[in-house]
Ligand binder design. Structure first.
Ligand SMILES: CCCCCCCCC/C=C/C(=O)SCCNC(=O)CCNC(=O)[C@H](O)C(C)(C)COP(=O)(O)OP(=O)(O)OC[C@H]1O[C@@H](n2cnc3c(N)ncnc32)[C@H](O)[C@@H]1OP(=O)(O)O
Ligand SMILES: NC(=O)C1=CN([C@@H]2O[C@H](COP(=O)(O)OP(=O)(O)OC[C@H]3O[C@@H](n4cnc5c(N)ncnc54)[C@H](OP(=O)(O)O)[C@@H]3O)[C@@H](O)[C@H]2O)C=CC1
Length: 283
């Protein structure tokens, strides 16, 4: 079977034997690849997303890799559906060890044109949905006296994200929410970290136009997009005991994008194109 699990992973076989990992948004892209990496390393998986067909396809692939799988179509935007998912995970597997909040999305738009419904859709998914998942898992870890580990997939937000201001706001919320509860929940042996991918080549590039996609390939000083395995290796580090002294942190995997380069989701507006004539005229 062709899988997204990275055959060159630096992590050893069996590392996640006996562990249960919940990955949201596992029907596609990064979520699917990360679920496959955890399966390959011996974990059982709980997976969710809205589209049941894509989710079942992932479940089949995970089972072929030898994993036990609980797959539930649901939206993380519904707090009751989140509670039901967690209850089922605890009933089926006795709990989860790692929660990977990967589900998320946005649409490119000038901020001036974002309608209230669109703003709410993006914030509800990326901030509220992530929070419902975090709190529901942490409540159960605390109740059962189990340790926990949360990894929230965010974005490289440090210089803003023009053309996706809604997602930038939501992801910034997740980063500082994570830092806050990393402290509150340390006494319950719950770690909380974020992973910020730069532009990583997935099918989701196709949600953006040609100019947007071209900018994703040149958004960092390495001048190429990252691979899915760059993210699944980082996630595996945060999910494993290799990072047992790390909490409240953001692991940025972006080819240097946070320092130089920008993704422009809908193409770079002419205002930001440099006029080299200006400096030539200035001598
Ligand atoms: C992370 C940074 C990486 C930074 C680094 C750069 C990397 C780029 C590579 C990719 C990075 C990714 O994150 S990849 C992306 C991950 N995947 C996606 O984004 C998939 C597409 N997104 C989604 O489906 C999202 O769930 C989401 C945007 C929140 C839509 O949620 P819903 O299903 O509730 O939304 P809809 O019902 O479709 O729409 C609700 C309203 O949203 C608005 N709306 C929706 N789509 C719209 C559109 N294309 N243009 C204008 N407006 C739109 C309208 O107002 C809609 O209302 P009406 O007008 O009444 O309909
Ligand atoms: N690829 C990249 O360059 C970058 C990606 N990211 C983030 O990484 C994550 C994965 O991205 P990628 O794999 O590229 O994109 P995808 O669009 O392929 O993955 C997003 C997943 O989230 C799921 N999802 C969306 N909304 C919900 C919801 N309300 N409830 C449950 N599941 C939901 C989607 O499935 P379904 O539609 O079936 O619900 C989909 O499987 C996203 O959060 C993305 O924004 C961040 C920076 C860069």
């Amino acid at each position: 079977m062709q899988t997204n699990a990275n055959p060159k992973t630096a992590f050893r076989d069996g590392l996640f034997e006996g562990k249960v990992v919940l990955v949201s948004g596992a029907g596609t892209g990064l979520g699917k690849a990360c679920a496959e990496q955890f399966a390959r390393l011996g974990a059982s998986l709980v997976i969710c997303a809205r589209d049941g067909e894509r989710l079942q396809a992932t479940a089949r692939d995970l089972r072929e890799l030898g994993a036990k799988v609980l797959a539930r179509p649901m939206t993380i935007r519904d707090p009751e559906a989140v509670q039901a998912l967690m209850d089922e995970a605890w009933r089926e597997f006795g709990g989860i060890d790692v929660l990977v909040n990967n589900a998320g999305g946005q649409f490119a738009s000038p901020a001036l044109e974002i309608k209230p419904k669109g703003w709410l859709a993006v914030v509800d998914t990326n901030l509220n949905g992530t929070w419902y998942m975090m709190q529901a898992a942490a409540q159960r870890w605390q109740k059962h006296g189990q340790p926990g580990n949360i990894i929230n997939v965010v974005a490289v937000i440090w210089r803003g994200l023009p053309q996706v201001a809604h997602t930038c706001a939501a992801r910034a919320g997740v980063v500082f929410l994570s830092k806050s509860v990393a402290v509150e929940w340390a006494e319950h042996r719950i770690r909380v970290n974020c992973l910020a991918p730069g532009t990583i080549q997935t099918d989701a590039f196709n949600y953006y136009n040609e100019q947007g996609r071209a900018s994703f390939q040149q958004a960092n000083p390495m001048k190429h997009a990252g691979e899915i395995a760059d993210i699944s290796e980082g996630l595996t580090y945060l999910a494993s005991d290799a990072s047992k002294f790390v909490t409240g942190e953001v692991l940025t995997i972006d080819g240097g994008q946070q320092l130089w380069g920008d993704p422009w989701f809908d193409g770079r507006p002419t205002y930001f194109e440099l006029d080299y004539e200006v400096s030539r005229r200035a001598g």
